[in-house]
Write a protein that binds this ligand. Structure first.
Ligand code: IPE
Ligand code: IPE
Ligand code: MG
Length: 240
């Protein structure tokens, strides 16, 4: 009987890494100092995944709304992404991390897109943990792009409106190869999802925690993941 089964942990955890700016501000430093500190936390969280059964980790690095920030901050973040990929690529390959990127690449600079493509290719055979990094990602933008491609395929006669169901839509999303997230964690005390994985998180559990992202540790991550196992996920049904 299902209720006698041991509680199972989340297979896919998504994280809204928020609070870098405030972390830097508290130290009287520029916001980019916080972003650099934040980037350093990622490896520890990725490494914690296999031992607690998390196969998929998806992290929000830059949203479609983040272009509204100052040119200095945006350029600094883009340069951080480039350097991060260059620095971490070989190590990710060795540690069995399969890296994917979601989001619209059209607005990103060519050098960054090349590094992203190369890293996806380099780690394509890895299977220890699947890390997805969302850059220039927005849930509404993703659904809009998916809908455009779907409409185009209908125009081309590849399918008809009768073929469109939730599964079909899922196939057109950036996340088409990933399972839906079971748990979404947001750091920094804000209780909103800021356009992250809107479609995919329909039945995710949420954890909003006060810790600023650069202070987030593997210990706290493991604790949250452990608590998830105790939650009763009913998916709209009634359990005896
Ligand atoms: C999250 O930290 C990182 C990005 C959005 C790129 P923030 O930069 O949003 O930090 P706060 O929210 O201003 O503290
Ligand atoms: C969400 O954080 C985006 C990322 C973590 C990349 P924001 O700081 O941009 O979100 P808002 O502005 O507080 O909603
Ligand atoms: Mg923020």
């Amino acid at each position: 009987m299902a209720k006698d089964l041991p509680p199972s942990g989340p297979r896919h955890v998504a994280v809204i890494m928020d609070g870098n700016g405030r972390w830097a501000q508290q130290r009287g430093k520029p916001r980019l100092f916080g972003h650099h500190a934040g980037a350093k936390r990622v490896r520890e969280i990725v490494e914690a995944c296999p031992e607690i059964g998390v196969k998929y980790l998806t992290i929000f690095a830059f949203s479609t709304e983040n272009w509204k920030r100052t040119q200095t901050e945006v350029a600094g973040l883009m340069s951080l992404f480039r350097r991060y990929i260059q620095r971490e690529a070989q190590d990710m390959l060795r540690r069995g991390v399969r890296v994917r990127f979601i989001g619209d690449r059209i607005k990103l600079d060519h050098k960054l897109v090349r590094l992203m493509d190369d890293l996806e290719l380099l780690t394509a055979e890895n299977d220890r943990v699947h890390l997805t990094i969302a850059i220039n990602y927005g849930g509404r933008d993703e659904v809009t792009r998916a809908t455009k491609r779907l409409a185009y395929d209908i125009e081309q006669g590849k399918l008809t409106h009768k073929d469109v169901d939730a599964e079909t839509i899922g196939k057109y999303l950036d996340t088409h190869v990933l399972p839906d997230p079971d748990l979404v964690i947001r750091t920094s005390g804000e209780a909103r999802i800021s356009n992250f994985l809107l479609w995919q998180s329909a039945y995710a559990e949420y954890e909003f925690i006060d810790t600023l992202w650069p202070d987030f540790s593997d210990t706290e991550f493991k604790k949250i993941v452990g608590q998830y196992a105790g939650r009763d996920r009913r998916f709209g049904a009634v359990k005896a």
